[in-house]
Write a new protein. Structure first.
Length: 415
């Protein structure tokens, strides 16, 4: 049995922070291996990249998600007790909750709400000299997902809830004051969401039967009992927060339309190219760099021993741009997705494996649909100017966005 190659130095935390999207894949290339061992936050961690590594990560029940994420991520991005930290039968039962919300009719309803919201915002955009797309889309998606989920959102709370939901994903990896602000946002949101769950259970609030709020409030867990109000609140936020986070993908979509303007005309002429275009954005534009698990019990993979309890990090961005799986992996080539034979392990922007049984994001279809809605609108419904601004993506920022959050000017509706 071979020893797992080791990264240079005693601890790689700073190297990971300096290059979050490239650290794992670069180190693997330097070591000529698909994996290496190091320390992250002074704890041993095995880092892996590539489709084969992803298949091992999501394959047999050898890894556990319990206690796998750093505490700072758990207390901001994910919350405690949610589906991301479950395994086995408990995970599959909780995953059923989320998959029950992903039916074609429900996603179509969300699409209709987004289109209506875009039409209501567009006249105001025409009047204003300029907008920051990221700010506008975050607010729109907060309104839309709350309405879709059956969550009452008074107008006076829109800005507050938008900022709080944004903090959960935008400051998840932050340190210092931003981290503590994100933790305060998590605390406030969970208190708010738990109150809504209790109102449904007390009959004071009656959302539609198919709404996320009602489904979560009335869901029986594996033990046949309702979720506690705290865990139900975490799961409700696991619907709201990721949908608002799609604003990052939408800004990246606008960025791609600007950087590759020939695709605007292609998309106007052929609607069938819309999905390949947004899939290429999800592949090439960085969102979160890695996912984590822990070794449940020691096992061997490719002659390497994975010791019990060791944290394992799977490289998402490096796998999505692995030259062994993708031709010209760093070029923006949406056509590659026209005849793509889907592989659940070489394209993993929101996790890999099976949506129903693995820890692959159940909201992936919502993300794709919303990206298509906004992309279609930018291409077909409005014209706009993109002034000189900071458009470079900061690869040290999580998630990665253009410096000025994509400023648009002189917006006008197409006739």
């Amino acid at each position: 049995m071979s020893d797992i190659p080791s990264a240079k130095g005693f601890d790689s935390t700073l190297a990971l922070f300096r290059n979050p999207y490239g650290f794992i894949s670069k180190t693997c290339r330097d070591l000529d291996a698909d994996l290496f061992i190091t320390r992250i936050l002074l704890q041993r961690a095995i880092c892996m990249t590539g489709a084969a590594a992803a298949e091992a990560f999501y394959g047999e029940d050898r890894l556990t998600r319990s206690d796998s994420m750093p505490g700072r991520i758990q207390k901001t991005l994910l919350g405690e007790g949610g589906v991301q930290g479950l395994d086995g039968a408990a995970h599959r039962r909780r995953k059923e909750l989320f998959m029950s919300l992903m039916g074609t009719e429900r996603i179509a309803a969300l699409e209709d709400m987004s289109l209506h919201m875009l039409d209501s915002y567009a006249p105001d955009w025409q009047v204003r000299n300029e907008i920051v797309l990221y700010d506008e889309v975050r607010e729109m998606l907060t309104r839309v997902v709350c309405a879709w989920a059956g969550v009452p959102l008074p107008e006076t709370e829109v800005s507050t809830r938008t900022a709080q939901l944004t903090a959960l994903f935008q400051e998840a990896g932050a340190v210092g004051p931003k981290h503590w602000a994100a933790r305060r946002a998590r605390h406030s949101l969970e208190k708010w969401a738990a109150g809504l769950i209790q109102q449904v259970r007390d009959g004071e609030l009656q959302p539609t039967q198919e709404s996320a709020l009602n489904v979560i409030a009335t869901w029986d867990d594996l033990n046949g009992k309702l979720l506690t109000s705290k865990i139900a609140a975490v799961e409700l936020l696991n619907v709201l927060r990721p949908t608002v986070a799609v604003s990052v993908f939408i800004v990246q979509t606008a960025h791609a339309l600007h950087r590759y303007p020939e695709w605007q005309e292609k998309l106007r002429k052929d609607e069938g190219l819309l999905e390949p275009f947004v899939e290429e954005v999800r592949r090439l534009y960085p969102f979160f760099p890695a996912v984590a698990a822990r070794v449940k019990s020691a096992f061997e993979w490719r002659g390497y021993r994975f010791p019990e309890g060791c944290r394992v990090l799977l490289d998402l961005y490096g796998t999505n741009t692995d030259p062994r799986s993708w031709d010209a992996p760093l070029e923006f080539l949406p056509d590659r997705f026209q005849n793509w034979g889907e592989n659940p392990f070489d394209f993993i922007p929101q996790g890999g494996g099976d949506h129903y049984t693995n820890h692959r994001c159940p909201g992936e279809w919502i993300a794709i649909n919303q990206m298509k809605v906004f992309c279609r609108y930018l291409v077909n419904e409005i014209d706009y100017d993109v002034p000189d601004q900071g458009l470079e993506l900061d690869s040290r920022e999580l998630p990665s966005l253009p410096e000025n959050r994509f400023i648009m000017r002189n917006i006008r509706r197409r006739q």
